[in-house]
Design a protein around this ligand. Structure first.
Ligand SMILES: C[S@@+](CC[C@H](N)C(=O)[O-])C[C@H]1O[C@@H](n2cnc3c(N)ncnc32)[C@H](O)[C@@H]1O
Length: 1015
């Protein structure tokens, strides 16, 4: 038997991976995410860590010599060093970094191949010994020998490690599996995700490299003098330019350059349609500005019938809001007129602007600038549904060639700035007639669908999300992409038309994302127009920004030609992925095929993927639907089989929606279990921050036949530096690791099988991870994950009376044991001298306080998680005698959140820390808070207080030390307490003997000095 504990089941340097993952999120250029938007993509480095950790044994890094303990801890330190060097994302500023990472990747591939060859050999040995059936791969590859070598694998005589992601989305996990030399399989239900996966896992690998044997447009000429294939990225750039030229000729006149108001020449010649034919298309003509954003407000007719003016619904009019430059539009309502206009005002400070740029409509309620009548939100909705919400151009944001910053010009100052809508409609009709294309008239999801808030304002179809000019623009690009497709087929054949057209279609999707009427203007800088999906939702936008698809500086087709092909570079690797579309509830693969499953399932109602993706589906259908008929035959993306808790799909019932989601997850994991080899591992990314919501997933895994073995929290969203700030570093995702359960482990006894093992597992994990510097919430999560092993190794766990222990119950039990373990560890670390006085022996309120501070620092906690935490520490959160009761409550509840009070908020209470009426002592934290407060405000009262409170001084010292932080190991020490409390604790500990024995206080009182506390 080989030792097959995987690295992911032993130790991962989660802090370093999290920091790198957060940094990766800020890299845009050259990242696969530039290929196409997909919601909640996982950072590549976190996926790499998961795939590597799931395939490589923990023993790989353990040295030979030394004691067992020493070997283990050196092994962990070695593996952490390697994983850190592997899981990095190259930054543009460090050119050497990519080569270093590539070297680490090659080394990782070697580790994986060696481990895999050993496992395949073991599978053959087990089969030959008669303990299992013949492995499927041995049949498939007709493998003749008894030992598999890495050479067998690289020469394709035996399979590479097969990795499955059955909820693959944007393809981050399978891409990392490919990078690590695995045979990666990606499955997703959604056709848009499927296209993204092809562009990430298949096309760059298949067509990425230049090929002199193939006809192309960008490679060197062949013997016949014809250009050859220059590699996918260059070919896509070429055809992107080709499309641009066509569309510019078609609709370029709708985005004219703007006369630069700084140029005073009396008559500047207008730049005519066709100008680009004779001029450099990449150059703005002298004396002109390039518009990059057209800023619009939606409007309604005034609700007051006797007024009838046009009411702008704009919320705010900022154009630029940066230190030293403030620009906004001032609304002018000329007397006797019925329509406002806007004036651009600039100043050096916000105050000098002279008006409030944010004092306009609120939540769709707007006052008429002429008569003052309020067009309330209901009226606006009704007008919208009657098709009477209009729009008015307010201003243009432009760039001036050769100079930094944007130039803002009021629409009123540019004659004919707003396009002629009737002309545009005529042109749309003509285009559709000639090309056979249609407007995206597919319906939006029904009202009330998660994340969608635009339907009540009259938006009915996907086409309604775009203005006339935007519709025409996107249709014109679609038409040109279709023309490019047939031209490529004629020149290069179908095979090459497919990847190029698909990537051009992805570029169109990107343009649509930046060119809908739900985009806003970024007045703090950047590219100007912010894309539609800043969030996983479509909220109503009252003042929107329309981009110029031809502009060179902001979001446009021109920038897509640069950015999108660059993203292909990240995916350019020799191995090809296998991409399938289907439901995870019914996987199209045979039993025991995969070595590992690493997957990131949807989480309840977090992201309405299918509904959101229809935004792109309707355009993909028009651009490349003919190339993927099997995926684009339906009006919209498939919804029925989607794993999501969406009430509108269940007659409005949230309960039924949740149940449906849970059933799908259970089925999906049962399928994962079926296709996984008996010795295989599964790692599931879980989007829930805390342990509260684990029950469903843990149950789904358990019922599917898995044992949960570990959990690793990863904080992939926040920039690294934020992790150290005064809020709990709650993980944005958790990797739960599981193995197939031994089928003979059926029923376990809670008392005799589970509880003793739980204690052993948790003690080992607390000890190990503490030593590796894991602390706070990360430590709690990782230990709870490991503790679940004791339960989930049984298909069913029963109390002595035969009753089943439910998942919530055992999660709470695990959390309790983990918190006890952490308290024990804290006691030792803060120096429990006699071993008798420990933090574990504290009163419940103080234990609760210490553990909360340790785990969540000063952060607020959602009620659900706070309840679990309270159960684990044996306190009540609400009700009589609970922690939220009384003037000096330890805890505050605000709506659905709880927050701890510190000494400054409660120490002023006279009776705080004194014995209760029945003579029992106050809790240690109350005494400590009162001492800290007295120390700051009335130091001379301390001796008297101490003699009344009669605390256990040693215990109080332990608590003070635990809360002060320095005694705790790990990197996040300074945040264990809130800053003010921590510095007060530091002061107290530095003067401990003086304060607690009280001599100096008495002395000071006698001499009238206040020299009690040294800093
Ligand atoms: C959290 S996302 C995966 C994101 C991915 N890891 C990434 O980095 O882009 C979950 C995915 O599950 C897909 N999905 C939902 N229901 C599904 C089902 N029944 N079968 C397969 N995929 C499904 C969604 O379309 C979505 O892409």
């Amino acid at each position: 038997m080989i030792d097959d504990k995987r690295l992911i089941e032993d130790y991962l340097p989660i802090e370093a991976i999290s920091e790198e993952a957060s940094r990766e999120k800020s890299v845009r250029k050259g990242h696969i995410s530039t290929l196409h938007l997909w919601w909640a993509r996982r950072p590549l480095v976190a996926c790499r860590a998961a795939v590597y950790g799931a395939l490589v044994p923990a023993s790989r890094f353990v040295p030979n010599g030394g004691s067992n303990e020493k070997k283990k801890s050196l092994g962990r330190a070695n593996s952490a060093r390697f994983v850190k060097s592997l899981c990095r994302y190259p930054s543009d500023s460090k050119p050497d970094e990519r080569a270093e990472i590539d070297r680490a990747v090659q080394e990782a591939q070697r580790h994986i191949l060696i481990a895999h060859a050993d496992r395949l050999t073991q599978e053959l040995t087990d089969w030959k010994a008669g303990s299992c059936p013949k492995p499927g791969w041995a049949e498939e590859f007709r493998f003749p020998g008894a030992t598999v070598t890495t050479e067998d694998i690289t020469a394709a005589r035996a399979p590479r490690p097969r990795v499955l992601d059955m909820f693959a989305g944007g393809g981050a996990i399978p891409l990392e599996a490919l990078r690590l030399g695995c045979d990666a399989h990606a499955l997703d239900l959604n056709p848009v995700a499927h296209i993204i996966e092809l562009c990430t896992l298949v096309y760059p690998q298949k067509y990425g490299k230049p090929d002199r044997t193939v006809h192309g447009m960008t490679g060197p000429k062949n013997a016949k003098g014809e250009p050859t294939w220059g590699g996918l990225a260059d070919e896509v750039r070429y055809w992107g330019d080709w499309v641009l030229g066509r569309v510019r000729a078609d609709i370029g006149d709708l985005y004219p350059f703007i006369l630069d108001p700084q140029i005073k020449a009396k008559s500047k010649p207008a730049v005519q349609l066709g100008w680009f034919k004779d001029h450099d298309p990449e150059k703005v003509p002298d004396g002109y500005l390039m518009p990059i954003g057209y800023l619009w407000t939606r409007t309604v007719k005034c609700k007051n019938p006797s007024c009838g003016a046009t009411v702008p619904l704009v919320r705010q009019t900022w154009l630029c809001k940066k230190a030293g430059r403030y620009a906004a539009m001032k609304m002018i309502a000329p007397r006797g007129k019925k329509e406002v206009h806007f004036k651009v005002i600039e100043s050096q400070s916000e105050k000098d602007l002279g008006f409030d740029a944010e004092a306009f409509s609120e939540a769709g309620n707007a006052a008429c600038p002429f008569c003052g009548a309020v067009s309330d939100n209901d009226y606006v909705k009704a007008e919208g549904c009657a098709g009477r919400i209009g729009r008015q151009l307010m201003a243009l944001a432009c760039t001036r060639p050769g100079s930094q910053g944007k130039v803002y010009i009021a629409a009123n100052d540019i004659p004919g700035a707003a396009p002629d809508e009737k002309d545009i409609q005529r042109r749309i009709e003509k285009l559709c007639r000639e090309s056979g294309l249609t407007m995206p008239d597919e319906p939006l999801p029904q009202r009330g669908t998660l994340g969608f808030r635009i339907q009540p304002y009259g938006f009915q179809t996907w086409g309604d999300l775009f203005t006339g000019r935007q519709q025409l623009c996107l249709l014109a690009f679609s038409k040109a992409i279709r023309q490019a497709q047939s031209t490529i087929v004629n020149l290069e054949g179908d095979k090459y038309a497919l990847p190029i057209s698909t990537l051009l279609a992805a570029m169109l999707d990107r343009l649509a994302d930046f060119n809908s009427s739900l985009c806003v203007f970024n007045y703090t800088g950047g590219r100007g127009v912010v894309h539609t999906f800043g969030r996983h939702a479509l909220p109503m936008v009252w003042d929107f920004a329309e981009t110029n698809p031809f502009n060179f500086d902001g979001a446009s087709w021109v920038s897509a030609i640069e950015d999108l092909p660059a993203g292909l570079g990240d995916a350019d690797m020799p191995l090809l992925g296998t991409v399938a579309r289907g439901s995870a509830t019914s996987l199209p693969w045979s039993d025991a095929r995969f070595d590992v499953v690493v997957t990131d399932p949807p989480y309840y109602d977090n992201v309405p993927y299918a509904d959101l993706s229809d935004f792109f589906y309707v355009w993909l259908k028009r651009t490349v639907g003919n190339l993927y008929r099997e995926h684009f035959s339906s009006a919209l993306t498939p919804k029925k089989a989607e794993a999501i808790a969406e009430p509108t799909r269940h007659g409005g019932s949230l309960e039924r929606a949740k149940r449906a989601y849970e059933e799908m997850m259970a089925k999906s994991f049962a399928e994962a279990c079926r296709v996984l080899k008996p010795g295989g591992a599964i790692a599931v990314v879980y989007a829930h921050k805390t342990t509260l919501g684990w029950a469903t997933l843990v149950d789904a895994l358990r019922f599917a036949g898995f044992v949960v073995t570990e959990a690793w929290p990863m904080d992939t969203e926040k920039p690294g530096r934020l992790r150290a700030q005064n809020s709990a570093a709650l993980a944005s995702s958790i990797f739960l690791v599981a193995r197939k359960r031994d089928p003979s482990s059926k029923v376990g006894s809670y008392e005799t099988d589970v509880i003793p093992q739980l204690g052993t597992i948790v003690r080992e994990r607390v000890e190990t991870l503490w030593e590796m510097g894991v602390s706070g919430a990360d430590l709690v999560i990782a230990c709870v994950g490991a503790g679940l092993r004791a339960f989930t190794k049984f298909a069913r766990v029963e109390y002595g009376n035969g009753e089943e222990v439910p998942a919530e119950r055992f999660l709470a039990e695990v959390e309790t044991v983990v918190l006890e373990g952490i308290l024990g560890k804290l006691s030792k670390t803060v120096g429990s001298k006699n071993g008798q006085t420990t933090l574990a022996g504290l009163d419940p309120a103080t234990r609760f306080y210490v553990l909360w501070r340790y785990t969540y620092r000063a952060a607020e906690l959602d009620a659900g998680e706070a309840i679990i935490f309270a159960n684990g520490t044996d306190v009540e959160l609400d009700g009589q005698h609970s922690l939220t009761q009384g003037k000096r409550a330890l805890l505050e509840r605000k709506k659905n959140k709880y927050r701890l009070h510190d000494y400054a908020e409660r120490g002023n209470e006279h009776g705080l820390g004194l014995p209760h009426e029945d003579g029992t002592s106050a809790s240690a934290v109350d005494i400590l808070h009162r001492i800290l407060w007295l120390m700051e405000h009335k130091p001379l009262k301390i001796p008297e207080f101490l003699s009344e409170a009669e605390p256990s001084v040693e215990q109080l010292r332990l608590v003070a030390q635990a809360l002060a932080g320095p005694a705790l190991s790990g990197g996040e020490l300074s945040d264990v307490s809130s800053t003010a409390e921590q510095s007060a604790l530091g002061k107290l500990l530095a003067n401990w003997n003086t304060v607690m024995v009280g001599k100096a206080a008495v002395e000071d009182r006698r001499t009238g000095q206040q020299t009690l506390f040294k800093n």
